[in-house]
Design a binder for this molecule. Structure first.
Ligand code: ATP
Ligand code: MG
Length: 399
C-alpha cells in the first residue's frame, strides 16, 4: 500500500520521467497507460517486444514496463536486448502466473521488479514509487557531482588567475631593472666607460634576472599540470612548491612566509587539488594581512606573517596555516565555508575558495578542514588520514 506522501513523491519524481509500457492486450494496455499518465511526464506504449525495441531506440526512457508473453518478440528477449545496451535501465516485468518459470532468467538479466497479473493498482504504484525515487536520487547525486566538478575547475582557474596577476604585478621590478641596465649601457658607451668587463657584468646581471623570471614560468607550468591519475606525493614538498610560487606574489607586501616541515608525509591523491586548497587559504591570509596593514597594523606586529606547519599526529597528517591578519568576528566564523559567502568587495572575491577547499579535503580526501581564531589572526587546520590510499580509491576520479 502506498501512503499519501509516497503518492505525492511518485508524482513529483514522475513529472520528470519517461515510461515505455509494452503490452499486447489492448484493454489492459489502455487502462494501465491512463493510470501511468497520472504520474509520468511521458507514457509511450508498444504492442510487442519488437515494437518495444523500435520505440526504445527513439527515446530515452527512465522506466520500461513489459509483459512477457507477446507475439513477434517476447518480453524476456526484448529486455535482454535492452539490458545489453544499457545495463542500468530500470525494468519492471508484469506477467501471468504460468510465466513464473521465466523468473530465474529475469533475475539473471537484472530486472528491478516482477509483478503478477492482474495488476493491482496499489502494488504497481508502490513499486513505481520505489524505483522512481531511486532513479531520482541517482540523478541528483550525478547532477551534484557535475556541479561540484565545475566549481572545482572554476575555483582552480580563479586561484591560478590570482597568482598569475600578482606575480605579473611583481615582475614590474625586474623588468625595470633590465631596462635600467640597458639604459646604463648606452650612457657608459657615450662616456667611453664601456669596456669588456663592464659589458660582461651588465650581460650577466641581465641574464640572471631573465633566468629567474623564466624559472617562474617553468614552475608555473609544472605546478598547474593537471594529473589524470592519483599519485603518491609528499605533502610537505607540495606545500613548499606552492609557497615558492605564492611568495613571489608577496614581494613588496612586507609579508613573510615561514614553513616548518616536521615530518616527511606521503599521501596518495590528486596533488593539484591539495595545492588548490593551500592556495585558497594562503590567498585569504594574504588578503587579511593586506587589509589589516591598510587599516593600521598592531604596533607589535612589525610585518605580516603566514606560518605553515606540517606534521604527523597519531595516524593523521596535520597541516596548520596561521596568519596575523586579525581575527574573524564570531558572527561570521561559522559561515566562512558557505558557498558564496564573502566579506570582500566586489571583484575581489566570490566566496568560493573555502567552500571548494572543504569539499576537496572532507569529501574527496576523507579529512577535516576548520578554522579558529588564535592570537591576532586565524588558524586553518587540515587533518588528513594517513590511510588515504583506501579512502581515495573509493572516490570517483575528478576532473
Ligand atoms: N585568514 C583569514 N582571515 C580573515 N578572514 C578570512 C580568512 N580566511 C577567510 N576569511 C573570511 O572568509 C570569507 C570566505 O573566504 P573564501 O576564500 O571562501 O572566499 P573569498 O576569499 O571571499 O573569495 P574567493 O576565495 O572566492 O576569491 C572571506 O571573505 C573572509 O571574510
Ligand atoms: Mg578566498
Amino acid at each position: 500500500m502506498v501512503n499519501v506522501e509516497e503518492i505525492r513523491r511518485l508524482a513529483e519524481c514522475g513529472s520528470k520521467m519517461k515510461v515505455l509500457y509494452v503490452e499486447d492486450e489492448k484493454v489492459l494496455r489502455e487502462a494501465t497507460r491512463r493510470l501511468l499518465f497520472r504520474f509520468f511526464k511521458v507514457v509511450d506504449t508498444a504492442e510487442n517486444g519488437e515494437e518495444g525495441l523500435i520505440q526504445y531506440e527513439t527515446g530515452e526512457y527512465d522506466i520500461i514496463i513489459s509483459d512477457i508473453c507477446m507475439p513477434v518478440l517476447n518480453g524476456v528477449d526484448m529486455v535482454k536486448k535492452i539490458k545489453a545496451k544499457n545495463e542500468k535501465q530500470a525494468v519492471i516485468v508484469v506477467s501471468a502466473h504460468d510465466d513464473s518459470h521465466y523468473l530465474i532468467d529475469l533475475i539473471n538479466i537484472g530486472i528491478d521488479s516482477f509483478l503478477l497479473k492482474p495488476i493491482k493498482e496499489q502494488y504497481l504504484m508502490s513499486v513505481l514509487y520505489k524505483i522512481s525515487s531511486e532513479i531520482m536520487y541517482k540523478q541528483e547525486v550525478e547532477k551534484r557531482k557535475k556541479v561540484e566538478q565545475l566549481l572545482l575547475q572554476k575555483s582552480r582557474i580563479i586561484a591560478m588567475g590570482e597568482l598569475i596577476t600578482s606575480i605579473a604585478h611583481n615582475w614590474r621590478q625586474p623588468l625595470n631593472q633590465v631596462g635600467l641596465i640597458i639604459q646604463d649601457l648606452e650612457e657608459a658607451y657615450k662616456f667611453d666607460e664601456l669596456d669588456e668587463n663592464y659589458l660582461s657584468e651588465s650581460v650577466s646581471s641581465t641574464l640572471s634576472i631573465i633566468s629567474s623570471m623564466s624559472s617562474t614560468i617553468t614552475q608555473f607550468s609544472n605546478y598547474f599540470q593537471p594529473e589524470s591519475t592519483m599519485m603518491e606525493f609528499d605533502i610537505g614538498q607540495s606545500l613548499k612548491k606552492t609557497l615558492e610560487l605564492f611568495c613571489k606574489s608577496l614581494e613588496h607586501l612586507n609579508i613573510e612566509c615561514i614553513l616548518n616541515i616536521h615530518d616527511d608525509i606521503k599521501i596518495i591523491g590528486y596533488e593539484l587539488e591539495i595545492n588548490q586548497v593551500f592556495l585558497h587559504i594562503l590567498n585569504n591570509a594574504k588578503d587579511a594581512i593586506v587589509e589589516k596593514q591598510m587599516s593600521g597594523f598592531d604596533p607589535k606586529d612589525k610585518k605580516g606573517i603566514i606560518c605553515e606547519d606540517v606534521y604527523k599526529f597519531e595516524d593523521m597528517c596535520i597541516v596548520l596555516i596561521t596568519d596575523n591578519g586579525g581575527n574573524i568576528s564570531e558572527e561570521i566564523l561559522g559561515r566562512i565555508f558557505d558557498p558564496y559567502f564573502t566579506t570582500k568587495e566586489q571583484g575581489k572575491g566570490i566566496g568560493m575558495g573555502l567552500y571548494v577547499s572543504k569539499i576537496i579535503i572532507e569529501e574527496h580526501m576523507g579529512g577535516l578542514l576548520y578554522a579558529e581564531n588564535i592570537g591576532n589572526g586565524v588558524m586553518f587546520t587540515i587533518e588528513l588520514p594517513l590511510a588515504l590510499k583506501k579512502i581515495q580509491k573509493e572516490q570517483m576520479p575528478l576532473s
